[in-house]
Design a protein around this ligand. Structure first.
Ligand code: ADP
Ligand code: MG
Length: 335
């Protein structure tokens, strides 16, 4: 039996240019399986951006798997996203939660956010929701006055999150915001879900964070393009058969004021957006870590990229921009 896929080895182009929100583009998939397989894809709003799923599975199950992935994405979006009215919203509104009542998903995000924070000098910080709101990202980005920034900064950051006995407490006004790890985490969850339901291979992309993989015997190779942060061209082609590619960039959400770019990645030390790093791509085993590390490196630059333990990534690509707009690419590791 022949695989049921159009243009399988003819280099079909699947450009996932989702309104400029995506920094990596899936270009091509090679499939060499012998069973009758179907490739299906879907795109759905998640976490204020879009999720794209591609699933290769047996003809009878592909549609069911895709629809189950979609349900899980919507559920996690509501529970973990700042736009939802689930667990994160309850926690932020209540200001506390009993730790044994945390869902496994929330526990994962908290535990791993603390871990990434601990290895990045707190440059990754999941308690910056008030500061993000003060800057108006993503709906009404604007330059706040310095007093507003000072006030928001005082109530932002993990120093305002305490565990007392069996209760996790937020200081008054402090808001958790997993915007820099949840997209990767949800991509991981949906990918694993598809595989547990029998997908032979799958790729999940949420706002530029990608998780992909497949059965070894089917030898699927995913070709991903990393976009030039200052243009529409492709800067780099990456081929992986499994793993994660995460990209953070100052071009995803930003505004200019007096010729200065202000982006949505904030420096917890100053309360102001990072500057000097145009994009960071991290290739590693899971998208949650890639997502969080890419954000931390966006804030800390090459110094932070140099300090990340080898075991956590395969390749980090940092694109910096100097005062004259000159772009330089720096990299550590290989794939
Ligand atoms: P993108 O959404 O472009 O993939 P990131 O993964 O870097 O970018 O996530 C940026 C989002 O994370 C911001 O919109 C904000 O909600 C939150 N955030 C901003 N700065 C930080 C930071 N230093 N640490 C953790 N989260 C941050
Ligand atoms: Mg991130």
């Amino acid at each position: 039996m022949k695989p049921v896929r159009k243009n399988i080895n003819s280099g079909f182009l699947l450009a996932l240019l989702l309104g400029g929100l995506v920094s990596a583009i899936l270009v091509r998939v090679f499939v060499t399986g012998r069973d009758e397989l179907l490739e299906m894809k879907n795109r759905t709003p998640v976490l204020g951006t879009f999720a794209t799923y591609i699933v290769i599975a047996e003809r009878e199950t592909a549609a069911l798997i895709l629809s189950s992935m979609d349900s899980l994405a919507r559920y996690l979006d509501n529970e973990l996203g700042v736009y939802g009215n689930g667990e994160l919203s309850d926690l932020n509104m209540g200001g506390y939660v009993l730790t044994h009542e945390l869902s496994p998903d929330m526990k994962y995000l908290l535990d791993n956010s603390l871990f990434i924070s601990s290895i990045t000098d707190s440059l990754f910080d999941p308690a910056m929701g008030l500061l993000v709101n003060t800057w108006g990202f993503p709906d009404d980005p604007h330059l706040p006055d310095s007093a507003e920034i000072e006030r928001a900064l005082a109530r932002s950051g993990l120093v305002n999150v305490r565990i007392s006995g069996d209760t996790l407490l937020l200081s008054s006004g402090t808001l958790l915001d997993f915007g820099a790890i949840a997209k990767g985490y949800i991509a991981d969850r949906i990918y694993s879900h598809s595989r547990s339901l029998g997908a032979r291979a799958a790729l999940v992309e949420i706002g530029g964070e990608i998780r992909c993989g497949g059965d070894p015997e089917t030898a699927r190779l995913w070709r991903l393009a990393v976009r030039n942060p200052r243009g529409d061209n492709i800067m780099e082609m990456i081929e992986i058969d499994s793993g994660a590619v995460a990209t953070s960039g100052d071009y995803e959400s930003y505004f200019f004021d007096n010729g200065i770019r202000f982006c949505h990645i904030l420096d917890p030390r100053t309360g102001y957006p990072e500057s000097g790093v145009a994009s960071v791509t991290v290739i590693c085993g899971n998208a949650a870590f890639g997502d969080a590390l890419a954000t931390a490196v966006s804030v800390g630059g090459i110094d932070t990229a140099e300090s990340i333990p080898d075991s956590l990534f395969s390749l980090i690509i940092v694109v910096t921009e100097d005062e004259n707009g000159e772009i330089t690419e720096w990299r550590r590791g290989s794939i």
